[in-house]
Design a protein around this ligand. Structure first.
Ligand code: CP3
Length: 339
């Protein structure tokens, strides 16, 4: 193991960390002037296949904010792109597909990733060379529901109605889609593990749009397979937005850590999950509210997580692009001092 007593890994494994561990989703990105400069004139998805650049962007927030982990700069659609799916990331919108996947024939023609993505492995190796043994490198993949939503809708969606329509009108096609997506996700995750990541997060950002029976029938078996594929290798974090009502079911997928958004209290979340370690819960909008508001939320979350085996500090969703970079640095310092 490259890491030695890294606070995030200690907390994920239920041991006492040397300081309260913190990282923020989307800590790399538009909130940082150095990111905007590094990305200038370079397409988002292209940047994910440029080892030196992706490593530099991954490391920027670690240097600036003193967070306890680097999160791989990549995107959930990178393995699809590498497999040959026509996809672009449109600034201000998100992933947009050349052609949506809506029929059994579309699903049958969806490519499965069967090659290495050497650029990502090279980028991870550059990052690992720069990190101290106390700083963990977190890799990630998108979960099959969230990826399927982009594929079926053809782009970002407010209500995910075409995705849910496919699920309920053609359940066999839906399951076939999940069965074709899962090996691509497992392959991309396996490549990151082989490249040396210290922990992983499964992002099922849009799972919160589902009710629990649908989640259990149409999604949970596949997310379970993905987490299972790296069981015993690295700590696993499982996260979705607006998933207060799904926390019990999601925690059955098998991660060591459950990510919690900001809509549910950590006290309630703790009662709902099978895991003994939670992550998250600070409202990203609080980074606009001043240090006293951050301090108050930190005190609340600290009290609510006191009985757990571990807590990894994070936001309830990603850093908002217009967040003041200095407010992020101060929030990290407040968590290290008072968390
Ligand atoms: O710092 C980090 O957290 C790592 C980087 C990261 C990105 N995408 C970089 C990115 C991670 C973990 C992701 C995963 C991702 N991508 C998710 C799951 C996480 C979540 O936020 O719920 C989702 C849903 C996507 C799909 C996606 N890609 C969206 C919705 C967007 C934003 C579109 C926009 O312009 O607002 C992207 C693009 C994207 N991915 C950006 C970044 C930094 C913005 C690109 C830019 O700078 O223009």
């Amino acid at each position: 193991m490259r890491v030695h007593n890294a606070p995030i890994i200690e907390a994920a494994n239920g041991r006492t960390p040397s300081r309260p561990p913190v990282w923020f989703m989307r800590q790399a990105g538009r909130s940082l002037p150095e990111y905007r400069q590094a990305r200038e004139g370079i397409d988002m998805l292209d940047s994910c296949f440029m080892p030196e650049l992706l490593a530099e962007i991954t490391l920027q927030p670690v240097r600036r904010h003193d967070v306890d982990a680097a999160i791989l700069f990549s995107d959930i659609v990178v393995p699809l792109k590498a497999a040959g799916v026509g996809v672009n990331i449109v600034p201000g919108r998100g992933p947009v597909m050349d052609a949506p996947i809506r029929t059994a024939a579309d699903v049958g023609a969806l490519p499965i990733l069967d090659t290495d993505i050497p650029e990502v492995a090279q980028g991870i190796s550059i990052v690992l060379d720069e990190l101290t043994p106390q700083q963990a490198m977190i890799g990630f993949v998108g979960a099959p529901f969230t990826l399927a939503s982009y594929l079926v809708e053809g782009g970002p969606s407010k209500n995910h109605e075409k995705t849910k329509a496919l699920m309920h009108s053609e359940p066999d096609t839906w399951h076939r889609l999940m069965e074709r997506l899962t090996p691509t996700i497992v392959a991309f995750l396996g490549q990151q593990v082989d490249a040396g990541i210290d922990a992983m997060q499964l992002f099922d950002s849009w799972a919160g749009y589902l009710n629990e029976p649908d989640y259990r029938e149409f999604v949970l078996p596949y997310s379970t397979q993905i987490l299972e594929s790296v069981a015993g290798k690295i700590p696993r974090i499982h996260f979705g937005v607006g998933t207060g009502e799904l926390l019990t079911a999601m925690s059955e997928a098998g991660s060591e850590v459950m990510g919690v958004d900001y809509r549910v209290s950590m006290a309630d979340a703790a009662k709902r999950v099978k895991t003994r370690v939670l992550q998250g819960n600070l409202d990203p909008a609080l980074l606009f509210a001043g240090d006293d508001a951050v301090r108050a939320a930190v005190a609340r979350i600290k009290a609510e997580t006191a009985g757990l085996d571990g807590h990894i500090w994070n936001l309830g969703h990603g850093v908002l692009p217009t967040t003041d970079a200095e407010a992020i640095t101060r929030a990290v310092a407040i968590i290290h001092e008072e968390g």
